[in-house]
Design a protein around this ligand. Sequence first.
Ligand code: AMP
Length: 189
Amino acid sequence: MRIILLGPPGVGKGTQAKILVEELGIPQLSTGDILRSAIANKTPLGVQAKAIVDRGDLVSDDIVNGIVSERIDEADCAKGFILDGFPRTIPQADALSAMLADKGLRLDAVVEITADADTLVTRVANRAKESGGARADDTAEVIRKRLEVYKELTEPLVAYYSERGQLRTVDGMVPVDEVTAAIRRALNA
Ligand code: AMP
């Protein structure tokens, strides 16, 4: 199964992706995790991406498209994958569609998780406290920036996938296990 989890920062995409990994036996592909790991390891990609990620902007479409294209060719993605944090722009969605067509693969579903803006700011702020400042992009100022970037560049994907009949929406304001149950229902629908 090939799934996209779509939704703003702090809505619980990562949490739900990790649960679905266990349930479905397919890997989570988080472009954010891949970038953070590159930054921590000071690879050429990490060095290039650090300032952009730290201020809450998006790294270039070409960079993330390349990361995803290479990653889905790996053996553990043969049975499917859960995209978490990609695509984040219309050009990325077009690139994903082209790369899947190229590889003879199809997308099964796009699950949008929703929550109101105040809840998101609180959740990301709590995540920052719990992680002891592990993420430079979890400060109040950068959280606001990331929410703005989401609204402007990523939210248009809701209409994009809805027009293609691929969008299913679940409420992310309920407890974690209820969100998981709603996603399960959405995937079986
Ligand atoms: P995330 O963990 O998904 O919230 O991603 C953290 C940061 O990594 C984002 O704020 C961006 O700077 C960068 N990033 C992750 N995924 C993408 C993407 N698909 N396109 C551009 N930048 C991304």
